[in-house]
Design a protein around this ligand. Structure first.
Ligand code: G6P
Length: 368
C-alpha cells in the first residue's frame, strides 16, 4: 500500500523507484485526442482566456521552486511567453506588479506551505485569479485556488521530495506544450513533444536500473565535506535541486550553480575534497560544459559527470560517469533528476543518516 515501505529501506527509496508509475498517473487523461497537446480538467480558464495571457508568474518554496524554474525555461523556450518565478516568502512582501494578463500560479506538493498560501492570498487580494499545482486533494492551497492541476502521485512521506518533484516537472512541461500549441508550435512538433512525455516513465526506468552503479559511486564520495552541482539551461535548476537534496539528507554542504558561473566564486572551493557533479547532456553547449569540467580538473577537483549515452568525454576528465538516455528537451530535466536523487540517497545511507526524517526539517512548513 501507499503508506508502507514494502521491501524498501526508506520511504525516500520507495518513492524514487515508484517514479515511473507516478509519472504515468500524473499524465493519465491529460493528452488531447489528436495527440498534439495537453489538456487539464480543473483549470477553470477557457482556451480563449489562455490565448490572451501575455506573462506567467509562479510562486513556490523549496523543491517546488526548483520545479517552477524548469517550467519557466520550458514555457519561455516553447511557448515564447515571459515567465517570472519567485519564492513565495519573498513575493508576499515584495509588492510585485501583476498585470491583468498575467497568469498566476502557485506550486506546492503538500498544499499547506504557509508562505505559498500567503502568496496565493496576496495575489487574490490584488484581484488576481490564482491557479495551483498541488499533490494533495482538498489541501488549503487547493481549496483556496480558483483552479488547478493535481499531481496525482499519491502520498509522499520522505521529507526529501522526489516523485512530487518529477511530477511537477512533468506538469510544467505539459503546461509549456499546451501554451505552445496555442501559439507557435505546429501539430507535428506537438505530437513529438507529447510522445516524448509519454516515453518519460520508460526513460526514468532505464536510469533507475543503474542504481547499483550509482550506489558504488556514492560510496566513493560519501566522506566529502563540500560538493558542487553544476548545470546549464534547464538543468541549472536541477543543479540547485541536487545540492538541496544532498544537504537535506546527508548534511554535506553543497551548492548548485550554473556551470559557467562557477569561475566567479565557487571555483575557489575546489580541492581534492570538494567534488563536482556536472550535468553534461548532449546539446549545443556540451563543449562549453566540458571546458568548465577541465577548469575543475586542473584544480584537482573530482568530477562526476551525468551525460547522455554515446557522448564522448575527453579521456581522464571525469572520475565517474552516469549515463542518461537521449531524450527530448522537455523530458531531460525529469530524466536528469534520477541520478541526483539516487546519489544523495546512497550518500546519506552510507553516512548512516536518518534519510526519511532529516534533522531540523519538516515535510511541510506550516509556520512562517
Ligand atoms: C519543505 C519540504 C520540501 C518542500 C518544501 C515546499 O521545506 O521539506 O521538500 O519542497 O517544503 O513544500 P510544498 O509542499 O509547498 O511543495
Amino acid at each position: 500500500t501507499d503508506a508502507s515501505k514494502g521491501d524498501y529501506a526508506h520511504f525516500m527509496e520507495k518513492e524514487i523507484f515508484e517514479q515511473p508509475a507516478a509519472l504515468e498517473n500524473a499524465m493519465r487523461g491529460r493528452f488531447a485526442a489528436d495527440g498534439s497537446t495537453a489538456q487539464f480538467g480543473g483549470l477553470n480558464v477557457t482556451a480563449s482566456e489562455f490565448r490572451h495571457i501575455d506573462r506567467l508568474m509562479f510562486c513556490a518554496c523549496g523543491t517546488a521552486w526548483h520545479a517552477c524554474l524548469v517550467t519557466e525555461h520550458l514555457i519561455e523556450r516553447f511557448a515564447r511567453l515571459p515567465v517570472e518565478v519567485d519564492y513565495a516568502s519573498e513575493f508576499r512582501y515584495r509588492n510585485t506588479p501583476l498585470g491583468s494578463n498575467t497568469l498566476f500560479f502557485v506550486m506546492s506538493q503538500s498544499g499547506e506551505t504557509i508562505d505559498t498560501l500567503a502568496a496565493l492570498r496576496e495575489a487574490k487580494r490584488k484581484g488576481h485569479r490564482v491557479l495551483a499545482i498541488s499533490n494533495v486533494v482538498g489541501s488549503s492551497i487547493a481549496r483556496e485556488a480558483d483552479g488547478g492541476i493535481y499531481q496525482h502521485v499519491g502520498p509522499e512521506i520522505g521529507v526529501a521530495s522526489t516523485k512530487a518533484f518529477t511530477s511537477q516537472l512533468l506538469i510544467g512541461a505539459m503546461m509549456a506544450l499546451y501554451l505552445a500549441r496555442m501559439r507557435d508550435m505546429s501539430f507535428t512538433d506537438g505530437v513529438q513533444f507529447a510522445n516524448a512525455l509519454k516515453a518519460a516513465p520508460d526513460l526514468v526506468r532505464r536510469v533507475l536500473d543503474q542504481a547499483p552503479n550509482i550506489r558504488e559511486i556514492a560510496k566513493r564520495y560519501a566522506q566529502s565535506t563540500d560538493m558542487l552541482f553544476l548545470g546549464r539551461l534547464s538543468l541549472f535548476p536541477l543543479a540547485l535541486e541536487g545540492a538541496l537534496k544532498l544537504k537535506e539528507i546527508s548534511y554535506i554542504h553543497a551548492e548548485g550553480y550554473p556551470a559557467a558561473e562557477m569561475k566567479h566564486g565557487p571555483i575557489a572551493l575546489i580541492s581534492e575534497r570538494c567534488p563536482s557533479v556536472f550535468f553534461a547532456p548532449a546539446g549545443e553547449i556540451f563543449n562549453k560544459i566540458v571546458s568548465s569540467m577541465q577548469e575543475i580538473k586542473a584544480r584537482k577537483g573530482a568530477v562526476i559527470a551525468i551525460t547522455t549515452e554515446g557522448m564522448q568525454l575527453p579521456a581522464g576528465l571525469a572520475n565517474d560517469v552516469i549515463e542518461i538516455p537521449a531524450c527530448h528537451e522537455a523530458v531531460l530535466p525529469i530524466v536528469a533528476a534520477i541520478p541526483i536523487q539516487l546519489l544523495s540517497y546512497y550518500i546519506a545511507v552510507e553516512r548512516g543518516c536518518d534519510v526519511d526524517k532529516p534533522r531540523n526539517l519538516a515535510k511541510s512548513v506550516t509556520v512562517e
